[in-house]
Design a protein around this ligand. Structure first.
Ligand code: SF4
Length: 201
């Protein structure tokens, strides 16, 4: 079998019953894509030891971001952040992330409802989940998308193109990419291209 791009994917999008209510959030495109690439599945909440089923969690923005659990009132920020740090540090040779939208852990562009107070008052809008924030800090240049945005065919096209560029660069090196895609790389400024090279994992 030939080499394939490697994507980190929220487990619930590809059929794993890991959500707070013991259900999955299967997305047809995520499943189809997972048949064409190598997938590293992750559920940050299960990874942080919250169990299935579990009480829902929600985001609070006050001197930074925190995650609290409904009803129990537990602050699980430390658990999620520790898991995110150790999981993301363990990754080698990956080409992108496909994360679940609207989740207080995984949500990226369609973030999660966020409040100013731990009693869920003081709505401040939708913000990135804690795991998604850690992804953006650790892999600032990698393609990161959610399943909702990938319903837009243009966004899907751009995401896949970036994933495959990362893959070719990681697997075959800069010379290969420069030879095959000079017209694409011309769009990078020198500074941008140097940062892209440095970001190679
Ligand atoms: S959205 Fe993320 S944290 Fe929530 S169930 Fe899916 S993988 Fe787990």
């Amino acid at each position: 079998m030939g080499k394939k791009p490697v994507l980190v994917v929220s487990s619930c999008l590809v059929g794993e019953k890991v959500r707070y209510n013991g259900k999955d959030a299967t997305d047809r495109f995520a499943v189809k894509l997972s048949e064409c690439v190598s997938v590293i599945k992750v559920c940050p909440e299960v990874g942080a030891g919250l169990g299935i089923p579990r009480k829902k969690v929600f985001l609070v923005k006050k001197n930074g971001y925190a995650l609290f659990q409904e009803k129990t009132g537990r602050d699980i920020t430390y658990k999620i952040n520790s898991f995110s740090e150790s999981f993301l540090s363990s990754l080698k040779g990956i080409d992108g992330f496909l994360l679940k939208s609207k989740s207080p852990s995984c949500g990226v562009y369609h973030g999660a409802k966020t409040y100013r107070n731990t009693d869920r008052t003081g709505y401040v809008g939708r913000k990135k989940g804690l795991f998604a924030q850690a992804v953006k800090r650790k892999f600032p240049f990698h393609p990161v998308e959610d399943e909702e945005r990938l319903k837009d065919l243009y966004i899907r096209f751009v995401f896949l193109t970036r994933v495959y560029l990362f893959f070719y660069y990681r697997e075959y090196g800069a010379d290969y990419v420069l030879e095959k895609y000079p017209h694409v790389l011309k769009l990078f400024s020198n500074r941008g291209f140097n940062r892209f090279k440095k970001s190679k994992k």
